[in-house]
Design a protein around this ligand. Sequence first.
Ligand code: RIB
Length: 304
Amino acid sequence: MSRFCVAGSINTDLVTKTPRFPKPGETMYGERFSTFTGGKGANQAVALAKLGADVAMVGMTGNDIYADDYLAYFKRLGVDTRGVERAETSTGIAVITVDGRGENSIIIVPGANAKVDKDYILKNRGIIEGSDYLLLQLEVPMDAVVQAARSASEAGTVVILDPAPAVPISGELLKYVDIITPNETEAEILTGVKPADEAGFAAAGQRLIEMGVKTAVLKAGNRGAYVFADSTLTHVEGFVVTAVDTTAAGDTFNAGLAFGLGRGLSMIDAVRFANAAAAISTTKPGAQDGMPSLEETERLLAGA
Ligand code: RIB
């Protein structure tokens, strides 16, 4: 059985549901307020755990009630938390607005996530090097992301980078990345190419390969994803579901992709698996409540 490590952020999500996003300067009433577990890193770890994977988290919480709740939740799910420490600060917070179509906008206050640095990764490198797959995102400081990718790459661990939220990325990081998974916005920011059609996806994919990654998997929302490898673009169709909240669909996609590859699926079949897991995750409110089990994902894949 493959072992997975996620190095990244742990957030508590404070979510307001509104019919539409407010305009600048406008005050409006929301329909509902909820508190959810979130954070791009932790979302990927939880999605893997829900699929039944052996997964370890490397990251930091603060020293507050949000941390108590999160650590207890990780334990219930069986996430290995040897690499999670509490910092003397607040747990990361994401203030999220979800509109009537399930689209979201997010403001992040990093809190303890900002303390995850290169030294913290070196301290936990044994967990990374002991894994078959390392999943990374960009919600902790860049020196930590680069060190985690370097440690993994040197140990022969497959590195999957979700370049979210979009920030400029160094060539040094990309040379350690096996698979990069930007959405359309992130792909445009990274490559300067707007993937508006198949030719655009191919051009963005080609550019990412030239920048140093081995395979580019470009996420295209409910249209699925485009895989660019060996100079070839392949479209992998998405699944039609009724989305109520798309928060963490991308995180679930990355977890599904890693899980599928870990089970020995081909890249295309692993992306199909990831599309199904991500689609199901949008059918419930919050980042993690909709994340599916292996059985639920296989049922959607089988067309049931
Ligand atoms: O990708 C979704 C996540 O982004 C949310 O859970 C929120 O915490 C932000 O980090």
